[in-house]
Design a binder for this molecule. Structure first.
Ligand code: HAM
Length: 426
């Protein structure tokens, strides 16, 4: 048999990495709670039709698609939004709005593996369903800001835009939706020349070039200039006004948007309005991104329902924290190792270990049957705080030996008082 390795693009997360991931997941859950989002757990496997409906060519071509044994074409979810939109059109259709839903878990994309780009990665996902107002757009940005602050990330920067501006200009110039999607995909990849080749009306192409070239000293003057440029395109004006409002609200909410890009587009096809991404200087790839998708729920057969959301790339946030040399100390009490001196006291020692755990003390049991000195060596190596040594004589007196591993001090402690003493010392 060969020595097996994970499949290309898949990773094992060893304890330290898993602890960091769980730390971020924990902060995401706290953020969900603070902003009133309820957690839902949706399947990893969904129908390919659902996942591909409005995700766009980029994601469609990177899905893990297969036939299940019932001959259904299914795929591993590449994101959460389609599953949440499915819920909003079915089981949760009649829930009062706004509906705030949170999910966390692994998602799958056949991306080219490189630093920060994996084929299995984790997202924390927030969807706010039922409001078309800029307050809702602002909320998903502000909760992202809160999460990144809570995990201890430094100098992250938001990039904001509104894909509704581009869509409105293209629509008014008669560019069909399919071509719009192709143009926006190319713009997302910064392939502007290729994108503009697909824009037939010369006037429209010139306007897009002007928007691309638009320079201003700060985010709010960029939006002002943008509003000037799109005058005459009614829906684009409305979208640019929305952008101004969102920018004002997030700034008032204490979040600093560093850039507004008039020609900002994102890979996913379902966006209709505000879009954003967040970056750190140490990485050129986004740590999170989201936006408004007002038509997806309708496409899935629901009532026309506005919605906005965001997904955070947990692996990339973890990577950014490591690059910023932020260490995350796991929060637990003092760790104990219970060591029976011989076989005769094994059952009693095991019982005591269970009692300590019931009292909330993290307790390991010596399962290798090593001599006490060897077991203590191992406890030292693994940074155990206390060894509890159980001998026959002590047991008869209902006591144990408690050894403080760091201080190398031992004392006899009544069993009854043991848990209390360890917790008190901690
Ligand atoms: P997305 O921009 O495709 O948006 O993904 C969100 C985040 O997932 C990215 O910003 C990035 O941090 C992380 N990510 C994406 N691909 C990879 C990868 N190959 N490896 C590691 N991390 C990755 C969405 O998924 C939308 N569903 C967001 C949304 C929710 N929009 C509205 N609601």
């Amino acid at each position: 048999m060969p020595a097996f390795q994970p499949v290309r693009g898949m990773r094992d997360l060893l304890p330290e990495d898993a602890a960091l991931l769980n730390y971020i997941v924990c902060k995401a859950r706290e953020t969900a709670c603070l902003f009133g989002y309820k957690e839902v757990v949706t399947p990893v496997v969904e129908s390919y039709e659902l996942l591909s409906a409005k995700s766009g060519e980029e994601i469609r071509s990177r899905m893990f698609v297969f036939k299940d044994l019932g001959n259904r074409t299914v795929a591993l979810r590449p994101e959460f939004t389609a599953s949440i939109a499915r819920l909003a059109t079915t089981t949760l259709r009649n829930e009062p709005k706004p509906l705030r839903l949170f999910s966390v878990g692994s998602v799958y994309r056949y991306d080219e593996p490189q630093r920060g780009r994996y084929r299995e990665f984790w997202q924390s996902n927030f969807e706010l369903v039922g409001s078309a107002r800029p307050e809702a757009d602002a909320e998903v940005i502000l909760l992202t800001d809160s999460l990144l602050r809570a995990v201890g990330l430094q100098s992250y920067a938001f990039k904001l835009g509104n894909v509704g501006v581009l869509r409105a200009i293209l629509s008014q110039e008669g560019v069909d939706e399919k071509t719009q999607n192709m143009i926006l995909q190319l713009m997302d990849k910064k392939e502007y020349d290729e994108a503009f080749k697909l824009v037939k009306p010369e006037k429209c192409r010139a306007l897009l070039s002007e928007l691309l070239e638009l320079k201003a000293p700060d985010a709010s003057s960029t939006v002002e200039k943008m509003r000037e440029k799109v005058k005459g395109y009614t829906e684009a004006e409305a979208a640019a006004y929305n952008l101004a409002e969102v920018l004002r609200l997030v700034t008032e909410g204490g979040c600093n948007v560093q850039t507004v890009e008039p020609t900002f587009a994102r890979g996913l096809e379902y966006y209709t309005g505000m879009i954003f991404e967040v970056y750190v200087p140490q990485l050129e790839i986004a740590l999170g991104g989201g936006g408004r998708y007002d038509r997806l729920i309708e496409v899935f057969g629901g009532e026309p329902t506005p919605a906005v959301g965001v997904a955070h790339g947990i692996d990339r946030i973890a990577l950014a924290l490591q690059m910023q040399e932020k260490t995350v100390e796991p929060k637990h009490g003092k760790k104990v190792m219970v060591i029976p001196v011989n076989e005769q006291v094994k059952s009693e020692a095991l019982k005591l270990a269970m009692q300590l755990r019931s009292a909330g003390v993290p307790t390991e049991f010596e399962v290798m049957r090593r001599r006490v000195a060897k077991a203590l060596e191992d406890a030292d190596r693994r940074r155990i705080d206390y060894a509890v040594i159980i001998g026959e004589k002590e047991l008869r007196a209902k006591t144990v030996t408690l050894r403080d591993m760091a201080k190398r001090l031992q004392e006899t402690v009544p069993i009854q008082a043991l848990a209390e003493k360890i917790m008190h010392e901690a």
